[in-house]
Design a protein around this ligand. Structure first.
Ligand code: DI6
Ligand code: FE
Length: 397
């Protein structure tokens, strides 16, 4: 397939713009990209001047879950805090109860509705975490649902086991026994069954300590799984530094990250994943240290964090806009954050750029320039998606 009459944002070193571009696709991969005038011959598909980018990558979601927490959104707006709701048995614990009670088929149906919102905006790779089951069987159920989503839709699903998300109520008086379950039983199981591609944890005062997280990471490494971490979201515990010491793929949230943490991430090649949706919903004030991350050349990705509590955000385009308006990213950084750097945050070196040898996952937009993607809110300029070299959505003309 030879695509012509495109403006290509290749994401090679920034936007990597090629005007009047052509792209040759062979066997599901990009075979060639460049100026149309230099393109190889053969039958061409005229794309009518559309903008083409790599397919988008949402590298941090919790989109498989049971129930609904709109009631908590209403409560918070009458002055009850996120922490008070959690102490009263709501919050993550409420979603855990609902997720345990829902059959797998029902979880697939509700998750597909959320996933379809992302796909409608050009997402071709999505990461999905467990962490709302906490017991072995419900965690396995969540990861199995995530795998099924990838068979039901034209999207690559990458999974993370997030057993260390919250302490389940049945272990209230025995934290060590819960970590035994996570490390000695569930990690070996989900690694062996290839249900999880990575292991995540929530390192925070209200969740797990640095020492507890270290134990989880050691078990992950022992079973050959890479790690990533919810770190420095509400306070600075030094989680990102620990993550970097395990060569983590990413440290996520990181509003409270300090210079020590930035330097450790830079040295380890750990990606900074910013989640402006959670910052927005929780009306946080502490901004992530963007200047220090830029200075240290830490790659920055952004993601929806789609979850029922702190970030019921179903739009990666809106997330790009929030990253610009709330965190001060440039539209170019925002686009890098949902393509090249998001792929890197998942350890995937075969996507996120339009370059020879890369997977032919492309999003085509009715837009003149790549800066148009982060600029509006609520406008979806997507016209077509190509996945593995085949048209998966929309039309090319
Ligand atoms: N950090 C978050 O913001 C979410 N999980 C996490 O570790 C919150 C998830 C929820 O409130 O359900
Ligand atoms: Fe999260």
């Amino acid at each position: 397939m030879l695509l012509t009459n495109l403006t290509a944002a290749t994401l090679q070193g920034g936007y990597g713009l090629v005007a009047d571009a052509a792209i040759l696709i062979e066997d599901g991969r990009i075979a060639w990209v460049g100026r149309r005038a230099d393109a190889p011959g053969g039958a061409a598909t005229d794309c009518g001047g559309m903008l083409v980018t790599p397919g988008l990558v949402d590298c941090h979601t919790h989109l498989v879950y049971g129930g609904n927490r709109a009631n908590e959104f209403e409560q918070r707006l009458t002055g009850v805090s996120y922490a008070e709701i959690a102490r009263a048995g709501g919050g993550i614990a409420a979603t855990v109860r609902a997720t345990r009670n829902e059959p797998e088929a029902a979880l697939v149906v509700s998750a597909l509705r959320r996933l379809d919102c992302l796909l409608a905006e050009g997402v071709t790779t999505v990461e999905i975490k467990s962490g709302y089951g906490l017991d072995r069987d419900t965690e396995v159920k969540m990861l199995a649902v995530a795998r099924k989503l990838g068979q039901a839709r034209p999207v690559d699903v990458v999974t993370s086991y997030l057993g260390a998300h919250a302490l389940p109520p049945e272990f209230r008086d025995n934290r060590a026994a819960y970590l035994d379950l996570v490390c000695d039983e569930v990690i070996p199981l989900v690694a062996g069954a290839k249900l999880a591609d990575a292991v995540d944890a929530f390192c925070e005062g209200i969740a797990f300590s640095v020492d507890e997280t270290r134990r989880v990471f050691a078990a992950a490494k022992a079973h050959g799984l890479p790690v990533k971490l919810h770190a420095e979201q509400l306070s600075n515990l030094g989680g990102a530094k620990l993550a970097a010491s395990f060569k983590a793929l990413s440290a996520d949230h990181i509003e409270y990250l300090d210079q020590d943490g930035v330097d450790a991430m830079a040295a380890a090649g750990t990606v900074a994943v910013l989640l402006p949706g959670a910052f927005y919903y929780l009306r946080e004030k502490q901004l992530p240290p963007l200047a220090a991350l830029r200075q240290a050349r830490v790659p920055v990705a952004i993601a929806t964090d789609l979850n029922p509590g702190s970030s019921p955000v179903h739009s990666l385009l809106a997330t790009m806009n929030m990253a610009c308006v709330l965190f001060g990213l440039t539209p170019e950084e925002a686009l890098m954050g949902v393509t090249a750097n998001a792929a890197r945050a998942l350890g995937l070196r075969d996507r996120g750029q339009i370059a020879p040898g890369m997977k032919a996952d492309l999003a085509l937009w009715a837009a003149e320039r790549p800066g148009d993607l982060a600029y509006p809110l609520g406008l979806n300029p997507l016209r077509a998606v190509i996945r593995n070299g085949e048209l998966a959505r929309g039309s090319l003309s």
